[in-house]
Design a protein around this ligand. Structure first.
Ligand code: ADP
Length: 428
């Protein structure tokens, strides 16, 4: 069996966000971390998302990695390729969106692609080529202060023109309002004029449906996870995809429950408090200052975890702390060392406890999740149902366990206040 859609995502959580929307659109989806060395099980899989780390790395590296992912996805038979980036078009004048899109187009022998970052439901819209976050223009949304990819211009035609030597055009709302055929014609007219990249307006969710319909037969589409939710319906219309009753169906979960949190985002701090209030005595706080001193806290954490494992009770081990505490640790240890100590401790706890019987694992924190997934040696995850917007349950097969590990990875500000409790209630 071959897959329908092959996606290349420029970061890990963005990959999961897209995979989650593909499942919601009706596709059975696997996320792989980097280009796999060994073939994951792709039976009964309609879409694969390759998660890269190409958002803010050097351009050459982003292009090389993206082309390797493309080649691998083509080997799996992908009918359409999706280059996924952030809904706030995170990039610099050097790239990496323009150069990666150019390289993919060239390798595919295609002459044009669309750029659809918007996702109106999440407050990301594009009008006359200008990207809005809520009611603010992109350059007035906070994104102008991003440490790696500051966005100082909301005019995406202009932004992308700085990243590519090729012509950039616009398919605006007035065209989309006339439907998919008019949009297709507009794209063809632009292509005849040599326009290689087309920024697409998106004001309402229905605009994503029009764009998906207009571009379903193009070799390459690019954009945010919103377009991902609209595409599966078009694949079904083309007869490429069957009606799948439960695209997010996973094997029944087994094993003990554990939450590991290295996120200090505001939403996570509230989730930690909520969990501790509901489960008195079920939390263990890690402190990077203590971890730096000796092995005592690590041993205490392990003893705490084993005790809860034996009782088959839910548990939370967390380094999440308020800004003053984090600053104090960083002042003494340095930002990097403080982060490293926490990530290392949480990763090692995951490795040890998954071997000892944890089978339902929730990790809070984007960087923290990356560290845990890498320590566990996870290369591929099957995507299940969403818990809260953007965060699905997933399952990974591991050497350490006979049954698959159920894993939820939540970055910073995602999830409702009772997320650490409810996540396990919705897990089949
Ligand atoms: P988020 O998704 O909320 O941004 P991340 O895991 O990406 O969370 O980033 C949080 C970073 O803060 C991690 O590198 C983590 O190791 C670090 N960290 C967590 N707790 C503390 C703490 N108490 N003191 C200092 N750094 C911490």
């Amino acid at each position: 069996m071959t897959i329908v859609l092959g996606a290349i995502a420029d970061d890990f959580t963005g990959a999961t966000d897209l995979a989650n929307n593909l499942v919601r659109g009706g596709m059975r989806c696997v996320q792989v971390i980097g280009v796999p060395n060994t073939l994951p099980n792709l039976s009964q899989v309609d879409a694969v998302v390759v998660a890269l780390k190409s958002r803010s790395c050097p351009v050459d590296e982003a292009v090389t990695d993206s082309l390797a992912a493309l080649e691998w996805l083509q080997e799996q038979g992908a009918r359409q390729i999706f280059f996924k980036y952030c809904s706030t078009f995170d990039s610099t004048d050097k790239g990496n969106i323009g150069p990666v899109a150019d390289a993919l187009l060239e390798r595919l022998g295609a002459s044009q692609t669309v750029m659809v970052p918007a996702f109106p439901i999440n407050g990301r819209t594009v009008y006359q080529g200008h990207l809005f976050v809520g009611d603010r223009l992109l350059n007035d949304s906070g994104m102008q202060n991003h440490p790696l990819t500051p966005m100082n211009d909301a005019d995406l035609v202009r932004v992308l023109s700085r990243q590519t030597p090729h012509a950039v055009g616009l398919a605006n709302r007035a065209t989309l309002a006339q439907g998919a055929e008019a949009t297709r014609q507009r794209l063809a007219t632009l292509a005849a004029d040599g326009v290689r990249h087309v920024i697409c307006d998106t004001v309402e969710e229905s605009d994503l449906d029009v764009l998906a319909e207009a571009t379903v037969t193009q070799a390459l589409v690019t954009g945010g996870s919103g377009l991902g939710q609209a595409l599966p319906a078009q694949y079904r219309k083309q007869g490429w995809l069957a009606d799948i009753a439960e695209p997010g169906r996973l094997q029944p979960a087994s094993g003990s429950t554990m939450v590991l949190s290295g996120s200090c985002s505001r939403a996570t701090l509230a989730q930690v408090d909520d969990f501790l209030a509901r489960h008195p005595g079920a939390g263990f706080a890690l402190d990077p200052l203590a971890l730096a001193k000796d092995d005592k806290q690590w041993e205490q954490a392990l003893a705490f975890a084993f005790e809860h494992l034996e009782q088959e009770a839910p548990m939370l081990i967390y380094a999440s702390a308020d800004p003053e505490k984090v600053k104090a640790a960083q002042a003494e240890l340095g930002v990097e060392k403080a982060g490293f100590l926490v990530e290392e401790a949480l990763s090692q706890l995951a490795v040890t406890l998954v071997t000892e019987g944890v089978g339902r694992l929730l990790v809070a924190g984007g960087e923290t999740s990356g560290a845990v997934v890498s320590a566990l040696g996870i290369k591929a995850m099957r995507i299940g149902e969403q818990i809260d917007p953007g965060v699905p349950w997933t399952q990974a097969t591991l050497g350490q366990r006979e049954a698959p590990l159920s894993l939820a990875l939540k970055s910073g500000n995602f999830g409702g206040v009772d997320f650490f409790t409810r996540a396990f209630e919705v897990l089949p």
